[in-house]
Design a protein around this ligand. Structure first.
Ligand code: NAD
Length: 282
């Protein structure tokens, strides 16, 4: 039976540490501000934005909310980002993705100052991660490193297999595991013999976007399994990319869905915002 990696408890631990840090900064007269921009009213995005604002409130970060109509032009959005880039009271800028189709996502990501890029999506942030320089790291993979470290999982020298090569999860995940001295393999939809490659893993990170695809036949006895996927099944219950009931008896540690990777993403966003204020703020 695997030990559960409790993302809810670990994310609370991180948020409480940040809360203390923010209170200490306040005593020195420094207030941290984050701008949260949403264009249009996609219901899923509204839930994410709401949760981010709630986390800011819990930690003591002042959040400024910009809820822009669906028909906002790219120019208007760029003008707002430019204004926030110049604003000393704002340390982090977050544009909730996806943006409506008439707005180019890459242009928006590049417009955010790398000093305020708390999502870690700017090419400069990604480049810094690649060559081992300080910079903001995409929140979900950064959260997974915290889950592993705070659950006592050693990464150095371990066989790490990442399934998925997206820019926000798979690729930065692989780079972070490499930074921790893991021996890293990235797999994807064109990988041959996926099962055999996965079976080598001491640490298996699954970010595919396919409900319950990974069962026990992909997992080595005693492996640590991290499930990034989030899906709703036919009964409206949440599940991941891993078939939990099949894998749990084989793994040594495993993240549940919900309550595993999910809560870590917002905790790391808050961490990045505090870092933005302490590294680059006035
Ligand atoms: P994505 O669709 O951008 O990437 C999926 C990756 O999986 C691709 O690189 C693709 O090559 C690979 N893949 C697809 N089919 C495959 C197959 N049959 N075999 C091997 N590889 C295959 O997805 P993403 O944005 O990286 O997200 C992955 C999952 O994680 C989704 O379920 C998403 O909802 C979830 N997610 C969760 C969080 C969180 O906070 N918990 C954050 C981001 C994403």
């Amino acid at each position: 039976m695997a030990e559960l990696i409790d993302g809810k408890a670990i994310s609370k631990q991180i948020k409480d540490e940040l809360k203390e840090q923010v209170a200490a900064l306040k005593q020195q007269g420094k207030e941290i501000g984050m701008a949260v921009i949403q264009v249009g009213n996609d219901p899923a995005s509204s839930v994410y934005v709401g949760n981010k604002k709630k986390a800011c409130e819990y930690i003591g970060i002042r959040s400024e909310s910009y809820e822009l109509p669906e028909e906002t032009t790219q120019e208007e959005l760029l003008t707002l980002i430019d204004k926030l880039n110049q604003d000393d009271k704002i340390h982090g800028i977050l544009v909730q993705l996806p943006v409506p189709k008439h707005i180019d996502e890459d242009t928006i990501i590049k417009a955010i100052s790398p000093k305020k890029d708390v999502d870690g999506f700017h090419p400069q942030s990604v480049g810094a991660l690649t060559i081992g320089q300080p910079g903001f790291v995409s929140c979900t993979p950064a959260g997974i490193i915290q889950l592993l470290k705070r659950s006592g999982v050693e990464i150095e020298g371990k066989e790490c297999v990442v399934i998925g090569r997206s820019n926000i999860v798979g690729k930065p995940m692989a780079l972070l595991l490499l930074r921790e001295n893991g021996t890293v393999t990235i797999t994807h939809s064109r990988t041959k013999n996926l099962k055999e490659v996965c079976k080598r893993a001491d640490i298996l990170v699954v970010a595919i976007g396919r409900p319950k695809m990974i069962d026990a036949s992909y997992v080595k006895e005693g492996a640590v399994v991290i499930d990034v996927g989030i899906h709703r099944n036919e009964n409206n219950k949440l599940c991941g990319d891993v078939d939990f009931d099949s894998v749990e008896p084989v793994a040594s540690k495993i993240t549940p869905v919900p309550g595993g990777v999910g809560p870590m993403t917002i905790a790391m966003l808050m961490h990045n915002c505090v870092e933005a204020a302490t590294m680059f703020g006035e």
